[in-house]
Design a protein around this ligand. Structure first.
Ligand SMILES: N[C@@H](CCC(=O)N[C@@H](CS)C(=O)NCC(=O)O)C(=O)O
Length: 362
């Protein structure tokens, strides 16, 4: 028998939902449980999910977890071979992870407050009574609730956050009315990126789940398939096709989310210049004005976003000949040509779960 992996996570956690869905698709034998102080001490900070491998290795970060398992478990890759599909899947992963966390957090803490306070309490103190769980929930959820302004969620941006999210739900609803997953009958890394924010917060939290089922029932069905997949099955659409139903989603991504997310490169570079002795980056390296759903607001710039964006940029850079020409024509069409030319002057790496400038490591 293959020894089981352990996934330290929680039902209410956005990123655990992403990793869990992948583990199920890849048919990885695993058990899910809560992390312990010892585990978080080894990781270096308190963050979920963490994958504990049978070799006693700890992998934190959903992208690293997925890649770790992709390399070890046979099965149809969730990275499409077709360059256009693959590039769009990589970008959609970042869009889900780093941008759709904004509506996820807004809806959770605005419309699902009672549910989520109790759920936090139940997660850490399953034996406590309902009143105690609520009190515990209030206490331990404070950092999450408190992160709303950092994400740019305030009275200026809320109308835009809701307009943009509902528009995305309708666009995805069209798409999932025709296709099982983003690029055919096999989930891609882009599906897993979207699954994080669209599951725990916007499907499982009751008010948000009702909204999704009401205006975008095909998206709710997709969430269900992501959670209960037929393991290791399915195909990407032939001919590297990008379905027309994805085009408005990709255009929207290049119009608002990616310009804001790419700000991470400049902010990190400036931070490294201002801190010449430091190799490890802090979580936020700046703050900027951004636009969401047409509303202006201010948000912290996360250093980590650069690391995620390096993946599609490196892939794009690696393309040559006819593949490059075809992908560049698509980028031109969806408004992404300029951003994808971004030069990575200071590439970042993750070493021991820390985000570092590798040129400064001795
Ligand atoms: N990029 C990370 C994000 C993980 C993350 O933010 N997890 C949340 C729970 S869903 C967490 O543990 N947050 C604690 C914190 O941000 O301090 C990943 O993909 O694993």
């Amino acid at each position: 028998m293959i020894p089981a992996y352990r996934l330290y996570g929680a039902a209410i956690s956005l990123y655990t939902g992403k990793a869990r869905a992948y583990l199920r698709y890849r048919n990885v034998p695993f058990v899910e449980e809560a992390g312990t102080p010892e585990i978080f001490e080894r990781v270096g900070f308190r963050m979920i999910p963490v994958l504990h491998t049978p070799d006693d290795e700890l992998v934190q970060d959903t992208t690293e977890i997925i890649d770790h398992l992709e390399a070890r478990f046979p099965g149809p890759s969730i990275y499409p071979e077709g360059p256009a599909q693959r590039l769009m899947a990589l970008l959609l992963e970042v869009h889900g992870d780093e941008w759709l966390v904004i509506p996820a957090m807004h809806y959770r803490w605005t419309y699902n407050l009672d549910f989520i306070l109790e759920a936090f309490g139940k997660t850490v103190a399953p034996e406590a009574n309902a009143r105690e769980q609520r009190e515990i929930g209030e206490k331990i959820s404070a950092p999450f609730r408190g992160s709303l302004p950092f994400l740019g969620i305030d009275e200026r941006t809320v109308p835009g956050i809701e307009a943009a999210y509902e528009r995305l739900l309708l666009q995805l609803n069209e798409h999932f009315g025709r296709f099982e997953y983003l690029f055919g009958s096999r989930p891609s890394i882009g599906d897993y990126g979207l699954m994080g924010p669209l599951y725990a917060h916007n499907y499982r939290d009751p008010w948000s789940g009702d909204l999704m089922r009401r205006i975008a029932p095909n998206v709710a069905r997709w969430v269900g398939s992501m959670n209960t997949p037929a393991p290791n099955t399915g195909r990407f659409l032939p001919g590297d096709e990008i379905p027309g139903t994805l085009v408005p989603i990709l255009e929207g991504m290049f119009e608002e989310s990616l310009p804001a997310l790419f700000a991470s490169f400049e902010a990190n570079e400036k931070w490294l210049e201002a801190n010449p002795e430091e190799a490890v980056l802090p979580r936020a390296t700046g703050e900027h004005e951004f636009t969401i759903g047409g509303c202006r607001g201010s948000r912290k710039i996360r250093a980590y976003t650069q690391w995620m964006l390096q993946r599609p940029l490196e892939f794009h850079e690696s393309l040559g000949g006819a593949d490059r020409e075809r992908v560049d024509r698509l980028l031109e069409r969806i408004g992404g040509a300029e951003l994808m030319q971004t030069e990575v002057r200071r590439p970042l790496a993750r070493v021991d779960n820390r985000l570092v400038d590798p040129s400064r490591l001795t």
